[in-house]
Design a protein around this ligand. Structure first.
Ligand code: ADP
Ligand code: MG
Length: 671
């Protein structure tokens, strides 16, 4: 069986179904087998309504009186009804799932699995999953639940997988290091478990496979990188010392160590491939400036790529003058730059030493004389192709040294696997005098009493405020406040304050102008979308309000919050929530901790690695199974990959494996 042929080759999958599956990323027979259930439910544990106890329950009944309504003052739809069996009835509630209205036939019986709990003085079943009783095979102990994709619901997946039941036997082995047949058994048991234990064992094996692939890809990347040549930049202690003495502050020890590691790498003729990880505000830019300085003192050119024009101009403003003292010529190249032709000439002739820019840097007609170091800020915001484009701008036959920076801390376990091909420097120390940002979860209704006095107090101290909103425009359908509306409301309430708004759809020049005025203290309150999320550095801003805080991920909230607390004054962050639901675990963790590395670990546990990685880098690496917190399994895979690599023939022999890992390789390689 060829696992890479189209899903259409499977029984019961016609062109239409195949089309829907393809949209969901299930293109090949292999994708189909690896589309594992997200959970298993046991309907044999179903109780009668009369016998229910609070907690997770499974009941069997018919549904009636379904209605849907919008909650007042909230961006929430509530669908309610009554479930009845022959022992009694119970209220059922779903949030933002109005499709439930159309899901049920009144005369049919369903299994409902959900939480039975006390809400507003009444017992109810909250957000249960539902399955048609006639769809369930009474002899199977466990019912697999698949993620629905478009018109293809869990029950359809179940049927399709069942159609191919006898195909599992033909699945070939993937890895040399394990028992023959273990892969097909595992895949079969993941879809058709005879007990929870067997499903777990199956997934353990599949997780091992995935880790093996990742680690192998990372190791091969490193091998490839070591074959490349770069221009060495010899370390010049005297020059670096002079630069450091000229700084307005003392470097932190972490900054020193990171710079030292970078200098060591750049002195070699193999390209540096280093990731600089530092929590928000840890001073990554300064480390980048040191690396750039070192290369430029050796008559080499350096490019710094930033994800937004705001950030690029900010780097230009801060690094330009700093390096200018030592004769370094810095230029800014963004979409809005005037006289691009002229500037590009200066770049190709080597007149400009340091080019700071956005995507505009990547066009084919930007040529360098001797690009030797490439620095990428917030590297996860760039795709592989974009990074490769920049790498290709080095002199013929040479690769540039690469320094990638990220403020999204990567949990250690991820580092060992996905980023195993990179060298990593960590800034685990904030500059002296920083105080932790005091963070509060604040229900919107309390904002008048608690938040507005705080804003007035902040502005009275001549400090500044960020107010983050989700939406740019008003949208009558949602009740999310837009930046424009919020700015209006604030102006009406606080007429003496200078209030402006900012969002991603404004013209670059306009954005720069507003950022510039905020940065120089001419705006008191900046109402903004998340365009300020990355990198923006205004140390005088000490208060941040994040409206609809539930709508953001943990890493993103931490990033946003990192816009304050960048000076020596005490800073505050209010996570504003709407509705009366309990604040999520995410928000509570954020309230407790300002440590990005700790929060990343928490995030990994809460969301799983796939999504974390998604937040780190373009091109989703869909790790569905592997638990990257499973250090034992990681270790086993590492040892086995080591053995695999000892025999070069393996690369030719295990074709499917090599084909799969090329996907990971594209993602993990930086050069
Ligand atoms: P990030 O790591 O989030 O990119 P930045 O590089 O923007 O952080 O630095 C945050 C702020 O800290 C900047 O205003 C920078 O000038 C300042 N800074 C950097 N290093 C130090 C240091 N060693 N001591 C004091 N302030 C520093
Ligand atoms: Mg930064």
């Amino acid at each position: 069986m060829d696992l890479f042929t189209s899903v259409e080759n499977l029984k019961g999958i016609g062109p239409k179904t195949a089309e829907t599956l393809k949209k969901a990323g299930i293109k090949t027979v292999r994708d189909f087998f690896y589309n594992l259930p997200r959970d298993y439910e046991s309907y044999q544990a179903a109780t009668s309504i009369a016998a229910m106890r609070p907690g997770k329950v499974v009941i069997r009944g018919k549904i009636e009186n379904l209605t849907s309504r919008k909650a007042r003052k909230r961006n929430l739809s509530i669908t309610e009804g009554v479930i009845r069996d022959n022992t009694g009835s119970i209220k059922v509630v779903w949030f933002n799932q109005s499709y439930r209205l159309r899901q049920f036939a009144p005369d049919k019986e369903y299994y409902f699995t959900g939480t039975y709990e006390l809400k507003n003085g009444r017992f109810q079943l909250t957000s249960p999953s539902a399955a048609l009783v006639s769809d369930i095979d009474p002899s199977s102990a466990l019912n697999p639940i698949y993620v629905a994709h478009g018109a293809i619901r869990s029950a359809d997946f179940k049927r399709l997988v069942n159609n191919s039941r006898d195909k599992f036997a033909e699945i070939p082995d993937l890895l040399p290091t394990v028992r023959t047949g273990v892969r097909k058994e595992a895949l079969f048991r993941a879809h058709f478990p005879n007990s929870l234990k067997s499903a777990e064992n199956a997934r353990d094996y599949l997780a091992y496979e995935e880790l093996f692939e990742l680690i192998l890809a990372a190791k091969l990347n490193r091998r490839e990188n070591e074959k490349l040549k770069a221009t060495p930049v010899p370390f010049d202690a005297a020059k670096v010392k002079k630069f450091v003495e000229n700084l307005p502050f003392k470097l932190t020890n972490a900054q020193r160590l990171a710079a030292w590691e970078i200098f060591q790498n750049m002195a070699l003729d193999t390209p540096m491939n280093r990731l600089l990880q530092g929590d928000v505000g840890s001073g990554k830019t300064m480390v980048a400036a040191l690396a750039a300085y070192e290369a430029i003192m050796e008559q080499k050119q350096v490019a710094l790529l930033a994800p937004t024009a705001i950030l690029a101009s900010q780097h230009y403003e801060s690094m330009g003058p700093l390096l200018g003292k030592f004769g370094v010529k810095t230029a800014l190249l963004t979409g809005a730059t005037k006289g691009k032709m002229q500037l590009k000439k200066q770049i190709s002739s080597g007149e400009v030493d340091l080019i700071i820019g956005t995507h505009a840097l990547l066009t084919d007609d930007t040529e360098f004389k001797n690009l030797t170091l490439v620095i990428i800020d917030e590297q996860h915001r760039f795709g592989v192709e974009q990074r490769q484009k920049l790498a290709l701008k080095s002199p013929d036959g040479l690769a540039p040294h690469l320094l990638a920076m990220t403020a999204t801390p990567i949990p250690r376990s991820l580092q060992l696997t996905i980023f195993g091909d990179l060298d990593v420097s960590i800034l685990n120390e904030l500059p002296k005098g920083r105080q932790p940002i005091e963070t509060f979860i604040l229900p919107e209704i309390e904002s008048k009493a608690k938040l507005y006095p705080k804003i007035c107090e902040t502005v009275a101290k001549k400090q500044q405020v960020y107010w983050i909103c989700k939406a740019i425009d008003d949208n009558p359908r949602t009740e999310t406040t837009s930046v424009k509306m919020r700015a209006e409301k604030l102006k009406a309430m606080l007429p003496k304050f200078r209030i402006e708004f900012l969002h991603g759809r404004m013209k670059a020049a306009e954005k720069d102008e507003i950022m510039e005025r905020f940065s120089s203290g001419k705006i008191d309150i900046l109402v903004s979308t998340t365009v300020v999320e990355v990198g923006v550095d205004v140390p005088n801003a000490t208060l941040m309000v994040i409206e609809n805080a539930e709508g953001y991920g943990l890493a993103q909230l931490h990033q946003l919050r990192g816009r304050v607390g960048r000076g020596t004054a005490k800073s505050y962050c209010y996570l504003m929530t709407t509705g009366d639901a309990q604040p999520s675990r995410r928000l509570r963790e954020l309230e407790k901790s300002c440590d990005g590395f700790h929060l990343a670990e928490v995030d990994l546990k809460l969301r799983g690695p796939g999504e974390i990685y998604g937040a780190l880098q373009h091109g989703a690496l869909d790790l569905r199974i592997a638990s990257l917190s499973d250090t034992k399994l990681i270790h086993r895979a590492q040892v086995d990959v080591g053995k695999f690599l000892q025999n070069d023939e393996n690369m030719l022999k295990y074709k499917e494996l090599m084909r799969i890992i090329s996907k990971y390789q594209q993602i993990t390689t930086l050069n």
